[in-house]
Ligand binder design. Structure first.
Ligand SMILES: [Cu+2]
Length: 320
């Protein structure tokens, strides 16, 4: 008897779950593909040796075969011609609640790369966040104690400055190494150890309008775990007028771009170039596709009509 009761409850629960989408089913879907035709521009090249932390940043997979140059693939095309990282958005819906509550996503600095490369922001966004996930293991030699400081120098020359980089620790602190910690008592001048050291990233963000840029914030993140959480003010990018850009002032090849939006009806496309935007209120809109490094950074526009319960489709093609 009990068993039957449980079954009934489960069955009623299932009916209730099925019923929910039926009652709230309004709006339509916008789907399609952003593709690229022509020859993608060559990646931008940066000599690791000209930037800080060359021996760490070279761990990033985006580099030449010799490991001398960091490659920044601004335009990435999938095997079916999909334009990765393009942003598709519906214009003309001003969702004030969405804009007020929008928090975006954390940008991660990882192996000297900001991820993701593209996204969206809203005007005067309350919180824009970046976290530093990087630290490097470096072989250093203990030089001497000076006051309350222990002075070490890198065993390898810094290729940028052609001199041995110095690192200091407080003598009272335990020093993190690849195998644990060491303290002053363990060290004699000339002793070589592998220390764990922060990789300084310096996210610098801009409002970009045509050829002009205005700084929004510029903050140093010196250690693994260092974070910033800033509003996009006072130079907030405005939808339809300007876009967001961020780069690391230490490592120029670390870049992020974002399109300002006014509603949740957008998509950042993956390698296949496909997008699907659901639950769009019925109506006629301008649909835009944007890639920061193509079409002079201007969106491609087209008109679409969304009907309740139906799918509208759109295709965009960027050329180079
Ligand atoms: Cu950096």
């Amino acid at each position: 008897m009990k068993k039957v009761g449980v079954f009934m409850a489960v069955a009623i629960g299932a009916i209730a779950l099925l019923a929910v989408p039926m009652t709230s089913w309004a709006g339509g879907t916008v789907e399609g593909k952003v593709s690229f035709s022509g020859n993608p521009p060559a990646p931008k090249e940066f000599l690791f040796a000209k930037f800080p932390n060359p021996r760490f940043c070279v761990k990033n997979p985006n580099k030449d075969a010799k490991g001398e140059k960091r490659l920044l693939h601004e335009v990435q095309v999938g095997k079916d011609g999909g334009l990765k990282n393009a942003v598709v958005a519906i214009e003309g819906i001003n969702d004030e609640k969405f804009v007020a509550d929008f928090k975006g996503q954390d940008i991660e600095a990882e192996l000297c790369e900001f991820k993701p490369y593209t996204g969206v922001v809203v005007e005067n966004q309350k919180s824009f966040r970046v976290v530093n996930n990087d630290e490097e293991h470096v072989q250093v030699e203990f030089v001497k104690k000076e006051g309350d400081q222990l002075i070490f120098k890198d065993v390898e020359l810094d290729p940028k400055d052609k001199k041995f980089k110095e690192t200091r620790f407080k003598a009272s602190d335990a020093i993190r190494t690849d195998t644990g910690t060491v303290s002053e008592a363990d060290l004699k001048p000339g002793a070589k150890i592998v220390i764990v050291r922060g990789v300084l990233h310096n996210p610098h963000s801009f409002k970009v309008k045509g050829p002009s840029s205005a700084t929004i914030f510029n903050i140093a993140l010196p250690e693994k775990g260092s974070k910033l959480d800033k509003p996009l003010k006072p130079n907030s990018p405005k939808p339809g007028e300007s876009v967001f850009r961020m780069q690391c002032d230490q490592h120029e090849f670390m870049q992020v771009w974002a399109l300002p939006v006014t509603n949740p009806y957008y998509a950042v496309v993956g390698e296949d170039g496909k997008f699907e935007i659901k639950d769009v209120p019925a109506g006629k809109y301008k649909l835009v596709a944007w890639h920061p490094r193509l079409n002079n950074g201007k969106p491609i526009e087209q008109e679409i009509e969304v009907k309740d319960g139906a799918a509208a489709s759109a295709k965009f093609e960027f050329k180079h």
